[in-house]
Design a protein around this ligand. Structure first.
Ligand SMILES: O=C(O)CCC(=O)C(=O)O
Ligand SMILES: [Fe+2]
Length: 324
């Protein structure tokens, strides 16, 4: 295990007690549920809380933190993996939803987004990811196609700092790895010319597959020049010159060279630094037997990069704000 992975089995009993202290039906009153999760974040086991705080302060080389061995209900009592959403409002709290919100509450502001293209699913803090039969190939609900490297919500001016994925069920064959390309690892592989070209260069990014005329402005590398943030999406970033094209390809290759596959299994919670990595997901085969891969997702904002304007409350929906 690297320092990016923490074995949480020693904390299981304490974490179960935290989950039990939360309201039993989260969607009955989501703001109240989130407020309680944030309060309980202060009661996370000490060592675990310290590791989360350290990651939050300056990240790490891998760009993620993986908590393994968290409490999850026995397979026999876990509901079948859904095939369509959203979850029923009266569904009792799942252990991995509890972990998602308590850890998210420790990191920052749990946030619901209007993504700007009618993606109603994301108008809540608590998302679900599972294969769906007719999924759009660029959406997280695909299974058979690889989900290519991307930054979540890079078209939104209030892009989340963290993406949290917790796992109630892994995929049957152990193939659906989440693919993580860390910019701190990839940067040394880029030539000076490419680095200079991509740094603070404004690219047009399409964000609505149904209206390609809608665009925002995205910089692939920005922030501190020696330790930059990354924003990437090869399918949406529009290269305007041969140099643009070559530089984006070089970035894509460097991210691929350093890619780390993280195979999520039940009881895992992955925190990805959405400013420091691009991520994707390997293809897998769904069986539609109620036991398919099932993740819970939440986005967290911090005060980095002007994500907060002051006075926000957890669970508020952020209106769509194009990145400029
Ligand atoms: O399924 C995963 O591991 C990641 C999914 C994802 O990146 C997304 O939905 O944006
Ligand atoms: Fe994603």
């Amino acid at each position: 295990m690297t320092s990016s992975t923490i074995d949480c089995t020693p904390y299981r009993a304490e974490l179960l007690a935290l989950a039990a202290a939360l309201p039993p039906v989260p969607r009955a009153d989501l703001p109240a549920f989130l407020a309680e999760a944030i309060r309980l974040a202060d009661r996370l086991p000490h060592q675990l809380r310290r590791a989360i705080d350290e990651f939050n302060a300056d990240g790490n080389l891998d760009g993620y933190l993986l908590l393994r061995g968290l409490p999850v209900e026995p397979e026999a009592v876990l509901p079948p993996t859904p095939v369509s959403g959203p979850p029923p409002e009266d569904r009792p709290l799942l252990a991995m939803e509890a972990m998602l919100c308590v850890v998210g509450g420790a990191l920052g502001l749990l946030t619901a987004y209007d993504q700007g293209y009618g993606n109603r699913r994301s108008l809540t803090v608590l998302h679900e990811l599972f294969p769906t039969p007719e999924a759009h190939p660029l959406s997280g609900a695909t299974s058979t196609t690889q989900l290519e490297f991307h930054t979540d919500l890079s078209h939104h001016a209030r892009q989340p700092n963290y993406i949290l994925l917790s796992c109630s069920r892994g995929d049957h064959e152990g193939r659906a790895a989440t693919l993580i390309g860390s910019i701190r690892k990839a940067l040394p592989l880029l030539g000076d010319q490419v680095r200079e070209h991509l740094y603070d260069r404004v690219f047009t990014r399409q964000f609505d597959a149904e209206d390609l005329a809608l665009t925002v402005n995205v910089k692939p590398l920005y922030g501190a020049q020696e330790d930059p943030y990354v924003s990437f999406n090869r399918s949406f970033l529009t290269a305007e010159t041969p140099e643009d094209l070559a530089a984006l390809d070089a970035l894509s290759q460097a991210l691929t060279q350093v890619v780390e596959p993280v195979l999520l299994t039940r009881g895992d919670l992955l925190v990805m630094d959405n400013f420091r990595i691009a991520h994707g997901r390997a293809p897998f085969t769904a069986r539609w037997d109620g036991k398919d891969r099932w993740l819970h997702r939440a986005y967290v904002r911090t005060d980095r990069n002007g994500q907060l304007s002051g006075g926000e409350r957890p669970g508020d929906v952020v209106p769509f704000l194009p990145r400029r």
